[in-house]
Design a protein around this ligand. Sequence first.
Ligand code: DHB
Ligand code: MG
Length: 226
Amino acid sequence: MTSGLERNIHIKNYINSLFAEEDPILTAVRERSKAAGFPNIHVPSTVGKLLYCLAKIQRPQRILELGTLGGYSTIWLARALSPEGRMISIDRIPLHVSVSRENVRHAGLQDQVEVREGDASDMLIEMAANQEKPFDLIFIDANKDDYPLYLNLILPLTRSGTLILSDNLIPKEQEIGNPAPNDVEAQGIYQFNERIAKDPLFESILATTIVGEKGRVDALGISIVK
Ligand code: DHB
Ligand code: MG
């Protein structure tokens, strides 16, 4: 008899081996990120493949990512771009920016992907002030306490039909839907979930995912701007 979590690991490994096997470039991306001392919190390859498939369906010309880390999800998403497509990924930590740029270069995506260094809030405000063209797909995977803020700040950079994908919408070790008052990350996530569920501007669902070595259930938010 296996516990639910052990079974989750088997399911994740099964899906991974059949549908989401990494190529050597993505394996090297993880290795470089690990060597740089980054926390092991990039999306699993199963979620990377899900991002890739959703991006292929959306056929984006412009992708925006908040939270680059080593560029692992960046590369999954950018591989779904057509040759004319472009992607901007934002991270405020200089070492994330330098390592992810190197990873993007190794993946041969340097002409399509621009990693920008800076605070996501500042940069979103600046992009909106510059009236940048709307993005077709936005992936939110940055600090969780600011997810509700980021949702407000990306709105001027969306159009009807923009696909908003959001990582980690089920916080760890919490009573589901009822965050502790001192847990600002879980507070942010549950506030974000209420908004994408109830605001008539969005049509949304959370797709459950299995993440981490322990097989925890998490979720990827999928929202379409009406
Ligand atoms: C963790 C996982 C993530 O995907 C993330 O964006 C941030 C943190 C984590 O497991 O701690
Ligand atoms: Mg994440």
